[in-house]
Write a protein that binds this ligand. Structure first.
Ligand code: GLA
Length: 388
């Protein structure tokens, strides 16, 4: 019998049911939280995500001809498409667009993608800002690369998955989520330079330090996320061009005041200040973690939240409440993680304080008549892997 708690077993059971044969293999890719570095990726800056234990599994086998069939546990649907639908971004829609997008991006880059049958199951919560879309892209991408014996090393895979999301699905995201889903290492955070795609795995094993990361899902309804995300991105690009630099990454924090003085309006100045100070906070966080001082990153996390709230204007009352209350209840630092307008808050807490902090947030939500939050503690897990 299939253990319903085991996502890989569910993907296999789905595969057998739909295709009446066992899969050739199973590939898993995780969701992520971003420790710090928000809205810096598309500004060619720095990010520091880590992979969640929750993951998406693709059970897969090759199929003849240019034909892809995919079943999803989430909807129980099976969607099939061929080369024509893949060639035209927008033809495959809904969750299957992430799969078609990966096939499209591989073919556009000249890879001989094999036809395939796939079955997908996932433990990554949807709509919580934990990057369920990059998890599905990465699971499918690694499956197709292995099944086809394609020459595509892991370090080049995130850019390709990002293209699937940008051009096929149509979401103008940066490269952080796909990089986390593919390149993270267990026990580490991924320090990524989004311009060069150079990575460094920074030890982030909190157990021995008596610390943990509490992830609180604010359950706030996402409001206008896509439009607001695109607007922030456009405003950053406009500011970079006004400042005569390729990207806001090129404004050093020591040159921030000069840069601000050259910008025409308060809103643009605030957007730029967020990105420039956030890049510096990532560098400072990395320096503290390298020095073995994880408790000291707390104030940087909280400063990051204030910057997202006051300068980048991407928070909502539910996440601000979670951050404020977590802090008051003893968290060393807390911030919203992900694109914004809802989603999750992470709090760095002493391991024996996690339950107290979570309970304080739950009480505060009830007092304000917000939807009850959910919470979990997480440890950094591995990026995309072949399971068998
Ligand atoms: C979303 C995007 C990422 C990144 C974050 C904000 O998760 O997919 O590329 O821009 O928002 O840091």
């Amino acid at each position: 019998m299939t253990d319903p708690r085991d996502v890989a077993a569910r993907a296999t059971a789905g595969f057998r049911q739909v295709y009446a044969e066992p899969p050739a293999g199973r590939w898993a890719a995780p969701g992520r939280v971003n420790l710090i570095g928000e809205h810096t990726d598309y500004n060619d800056g720095f990010v520091l995500p880590f992979a969640l234990p929750q993951r998406t599994v693709a059970a897969a086998a090759p199929a003849p001809h240019d034909r892809w069939t995919v079943w999803s546990e989430l909807t129980g649907e099976t969607v099939a498409f061929g080369a024509d639908e893949v060639a035209a971004p927008g033809r495959v829609t809904g969750w299957a667009a992430y799969v078609a997008g990966v096939v499209w991006a591989l073919r556009a880059a000249g890879h001989p993608v094999p036809g395939a049958r796939l079955a997908i199951a996932s433990d990554v919560p949807l709509g919580a800002g934990l990057s369920s879309s990059a998890a599905i892209e990465a699971a499918v991408l690694t499956a197709l690369v292995d099944l086809g014996g394609l020459d595509l090393p892991a370090e080049h895979q995130p850019r390709l998955a990002q293209r699937a999301e940008n051009h096929y699905v149509g979401a103008p995201t940066g490269i952080m989520d796909q990089s986390a889903a593919i390149r993270c290492r267990a026990g580490h955070a991924l320090f990524l330079d989004c311009r060069t795609e150079r990575v460094e795995h920074i030890p982030f094993d909190l157990d021995p330090a008596g610390l943990t990361v509490l992830v609180i899902d604010s359950r706030a309804p996402h409001r206008h996320v896509d439009g607001e995300y695109a607007a922030r991105r456009a405003s950053c690009e406009k500011a970079a061009s006004l400042l005569g630099v390729p990207a806001l990454r090129d404004v050093p924090s020591t040159g921030l005041d000069d840069a601000l003085a050259r910008l025409p309006d308060d809103e643009t100045r605030r957007r730029v200040r967020h990105v420039v100070t956030e890049n510096q906070r990532v560098l400072d966080t990395v320096a503290l973690l390298r020095a073995g001082a994880p408790r000291q990153i707390g104030p940087l996390l909280t400063a990051s939240h204030a910057s997202m709230r006051d300068d980048f204007a991407i928070t909502v009352p539910e996440v601000d409440t979670a951050v404020e209350v977590a802090h008051a209840a003893g968290a060393l630092g807390a911030r919203m993680t992900g694109g914004g307008f809802g989603g999750c808050v992470l709090a760095l807490v002493e391991a024996d304080q996690a339950a107290t902090v979570a309970a304080a947030v739950t009480t505060a939500y009830a007092e304000r008549a917000f939807t009850a939050p959910t919470h979990t503690t997480v440890t950094p897990a591995t990026g995309a892997t072949r399971l068998d």
